[in-house]
Each structure stands twice: as C-alpha cells, then as structure tokens.
Design a protein around this ligand. Structure first.
Ligand code: CO
Length: 137
C-alpha cells in the first residue's frame, strides 16, 4: 500500500492554487470535474503521492457540506490498494463502516471507495485502485 493522495477541501481552487502552486511551487499535473462526486479536482504531485485539491461544483455536494461544517482543510487520506474489492471485503469482515460497499469510478478513471471516519480514527479514508484504463497511473 502507498499513500495515493491527500484530499484538501477548498471553496476556491484558484485561491488554493495561489498557495500550493504559486507560493509552495508544486505543479498542477491534472484538473478534472468529477460529476459523480460534485467536485472540481486539481492534482499536484509531492513525490509520488499527490495533493488533491477539491472545490465543490454545487451546493449540497459532500465537499460543500464539509466546508460548511468544518471549513477548508484536510478532507480525506487516500491509500492505493492492489485489489479494491478484496480490501472492501476485508474491511467489512473486520466490522469497518463503509460508505461505499462497492467501488465507483473516481478521478482519472480509478476505482475508489470511501471508508467512514468512524472506523478510521476520525479520518475519512479513500481506497484507490488504478486500472488499465485509468490515466493517473
Ligand atoms: Co480523493
């Protein structure tokens, strides 16, 4: 397993990029709207893992709700797994509370699934499996 990315919620990608890209000096390698999750995403590698900036595309989306409740900041940690279905089975068998019982398609065409913070020490955990068709390998 590897850290795949750290998701950071922001009200404005443009504003967040003033820090992460312009001040800190990271490079944006990918931007994308993930309609299913209601987010506009920018990926900035830090070595192999990436910072994933998340801006809500509409009110009421999960990230918009997060921003309302908690404000801008770390939203989730994502680990890359070899077989996401096997990982979900294992977690379920261990009694973990899953947000996604089965994987869905995330940014870059990867398969993703979220584990509830209640089971992960208060951290929203995303599992990511790269697939032959995903562009973010
Ligand atoms: Co993510």
């Amino acid at each position: 397993m590897k850290i795949e990315h750290i998701g950071i919620a922001t009200r404005s990608l443009d504003e967040a990029l003033l820090f992460w890209r312009d001040a800190l000096g990271l490079e944006v390698v990918h931007t994308e709207v993930v309609e299913e999750q209601g987010v506009r995403v920018a990926l900035l590698p830090v070595g192999e893992p990436r910072i994933e900036l998340l801006e809500p595309t509409h009110e009421g989306s999960p990230v918009a709700k997060f921003l309302e409740k908690r404000g801008a900041g770390i939203h989730h940690v994502a680990v890359r797994v070899a077989d996401i279905r096997a990982s979900l089975q294992r977690l379920k068998g261990q009694g973990a509370r899953l947000i996604d019982e089965s994987p869905r398609v995330g940014a870059g065409g990867c398969l993703v699934a979220f584990v509830h913070p209640q089971s992960a020490g208060g951290v929203l955990l995303e599992l990511v499996e790269h697939t032959p068709s995903s562009t973010q390998g």
